[in-house]
Design a protein around this ligand. Structure first.
Ligand code: TXA
Ligand code: MG
Length: 346
């Protein structure tokens, strides 16, 4: 994987690669994506192959301006248009009815397509220079945390993807919010950087799909195939301790440390808990990673995937994550962590 620094010559070079059917890793404000021309079946198949992605899990298609929608979707409602106008460009993906011209390879056989206009300037320049919509899943091998820095995914894609545009650390660090509109109701299929509270300002009827914070079995029919799959997971098992209040959460983490005497443990905790010094006195605790202040959820979401990946670099056998309050962006953060720990929640 060769790193391309962010300049217009390199963006033109990458756009040429996309036009001729190659795949390129590029930055967005949420996480890095592996992009290909959304209208080119062969190119799309390359993404599925390098990512080892399940064939029934559709890709999000990225556009640089609203005119590109005409190539991709049939009509949309007034509410759908309003949501696009408010949240684009940004971390917002909307599921719409696809046009025939969009290959079923992109939508994994579905009649609907997820579309997003990213805010990241490099991403938009790449799309507009290529002149085609770019399909892109998060840049990670399926099951791993999404890439938020090129350094974190270099190894993974070493001999698989030839070029990657470097855009530094992704701003938000977790993926876009995915929504579907039915009549006058918005359902959040995947919570992301745009929160339910943000959407409420545009539409009074918003709800989470009830599968967002629970285990989804492989045989269930789901509104978004991505819900079914293991995701974001380090190589070793872990547990999420839910935050009901600040005092009891520290006690629960300590119980878990005591219970697991023979493990080599990594703890992910907010700075406030670390500063109490209560996690210092245990020989089975190898390292404590600071996820940021519990009151700064933006910071936590930005660092989360990088820290989950860092666990694999340590000589450890188990990890414990201290939860955050499940409100606003906290819902999106917990949604990622419960999948990382494979629903092992206390
Ligand atoms: O922030 C993001 O959305 C990043 C960046 C690169 O844009 N992309 C991303 O893509 O997270 P991916 O492929 O890792 O996740 C796409 C999610 C999956 O959960 C998939 O099931 C869902 O979107 N999805 C895509 N098309 C869909 C559709 N037509 N109906 C329902 N869910 C869909
Ligand atoms: Mg992904």
């Amino acid at each position: 994987m060769k790193k391309l620094t962010n300049n217009s010559k390199n963006i033109h070079f990458a756009a040429e690669l996309i036009k001729k059917g190659d795949i390129v890793i590029f930055p967005t404000e949420t996480v890095y994506g592996i992009g290909a021309n959304a209208l080119d079946k062969e190119a799309i198949n390359k993404i599925f192959k390098v990512k080892e992605r399940a064939k029934d899990n559709p890709l999000i298609v990225h556009i640089s301006d609203k005119n590109m929608l005409n190539k991709l979707v049939k009509n949309y409602s007034e509410l759908e248009e309003k949501l696009m106008d408010v949240f684009w460009p940004g971390a917002f993906t909307i599921i719409l009815e696809k046009k025939e011209e969009v290959p079923f390879e992109v939508t994994a056989g579905l009649d609907t397509i997820g579309v997003r206009m990213p805010a990241n300037k490099i991403a938009r320049q790449l799309i507009s220079t290529a002149g085609v919509p770019i399909a892109a899943p998060s840049a990670n091998i399926s099951g791993k945390p999404s890439g938020t820095r090129l350094e974190d995914i270099e190894e993974e894609f070493k001999n698989k993807v030839e070029y990657a545009i470097d855009g530094g650390y992704s701003n938000y660090g977790i993926e876009s919010t995915v929504v579907k509109v039915k009549e006058n109701e918005v359902t959040i299929l995947r919570p992301g950087s745009i929160t339910l509270e943000d959407i409420l300002k545009v539409c009074p009827n918003v709800k989470y799909d009830e599968r967002i914070l629970r285990n989804v079995s492989k045989n269930e029919t789901v509104s978004s195939p991505g819900m079914k799959y293991k995701h974001y997971a380090p190589n070793i098992p872990g547990v999420l301790i839910k935050r009901y209040n600040d005092e009891s959460i520290i006690e629960k983490v300590i119980n878990e440390i005591k219970k697991r005497k023979d493990e080599k443990i990594i703890i992910l905790a907010p700075k406030e808990s670390i500063e109490t010094g209560k996690y210092n006195n245990y020989t089975n605790v190898r390292k404590v990673f600071n996820i940021g202040s519990k009151n700064d959820l933006n910071q936590i979401s930005k660092k989360l995937f990088h820290l989950l990946r860092k666990i694999d670099k340590e000589d450890a056998t188990y990890y414990i994550v201290e939860g955050v309050e499940e409100k606003g962006l906290g819902v999106s953060i917990i949604n990622r962590i419960i999948r990382a720990v494979e629903y092992n929640v206390i």
